[in-house]
Design a protein around this ligand. Structure first.
Ligand code: DX5
Ligand code: ZN
Length: 220
């Protein structure tokens, strides 16, 4: 059974309390926290995401799935460790070299937090193979990072498939999370390719029945 991680990127401040409550009661497994620095991607969401994490920590026990779309990975790791997230994921493309990436993995693990690495649609999946023995999850972007409500890029399905085959062939224990443009129409494609954690934002928050949508994403 796949797990559902709801992106709260599109949740408006004025609706946050109601929407976050409705998401939790809809049966999601994680809140997906999309942190953007205005450099790695155009938008800057860091203050709002910190505010949401502070609020969620005070009212919810649900796990936080933090997705860093930032250049200065190290400082954002430290800013979000305070919320004791389940996992912190950074972008492979933000790393200068293997040493720096291994250092980020170490810092996150030393703080008893799971580590994810994300790859953009145009990044070859082979570039992540060296890190698989050291991490818990690969976040395969199925849209260009930077905003919600985009269309899933079909070419990314093949990447999920290739990654899943490599993980199985090498007996590795690594989750595959797919993120961007996923809805009840295309979720099966993503699952059949091998993703076991599904990020969905707009498909849930724009629907008129969160519980029904989450159920359909999980079981369709
Ligand atoms: C995009 C984010 C995604 C996005 C998902 O940069 O990483 O998590 O918000 O939202 P939807 O499901 O609307 O594409
Ligand atoms: Zn995301």
């Amino acid at each position: 059974m796949v797990e559902i991680s709801a992106s709260i990127l599109s949740v408006k401040n004025e609706d946050a309390i109601k929407t976050l409550y409705n998401l939790e009661t809809a049966g999601i497994d994680y809140f997906h926290i999309d942190v953007m620095d205005g450099k790695f991607v155009e938008e800057n969401t860091s203050d709002r995401m910190i505010e949401y994490c502070e609020y969620l920590n005070s009212i919810s026990n649900l796990l936080l799935d933090v997705h860093l779309m930032v250049d200065d990975v190290k400082s954002y790791i430290n800013s979000f460790l305070v919320f004791e997230p389940n996992i912190i994921t950074f972008h492979l493309e933000a790393g200068k070299n293997k040493e720096e990436i291994m250092e980020w993995i170490k810092i996150i693990k030393e703080n008893n937090t799971k580590v994810g690495i994300s790859i953009k649609p145009d990044t070859n999946v082979k570039e992540i193979y060296d890190y698989l023995p050291f991490i818990h999850m690969v976040l395969v972007m199925t849209v260009e990072p930077g905003k919600g409500g985009q269309k899933l890029l079909p070419k990314t399905i093949e990447k999920i498939k290739k990654l899943s085959e490599y993980i199985q062939k090498n007996n590795l224990e690594v989750d595959i999370e797919a993120d961007g443009g996923i809805n009840t129409e295309n979720v099966n494609l993503v699952k059949e390719a091998g993703a076991n954690i599904i990020v969905s934002g707009t498909a849930i928050t724009a629907s008129n029945n969160f519980t029904e949508t989450v159920k359909n994403l999980r079981t369709k």
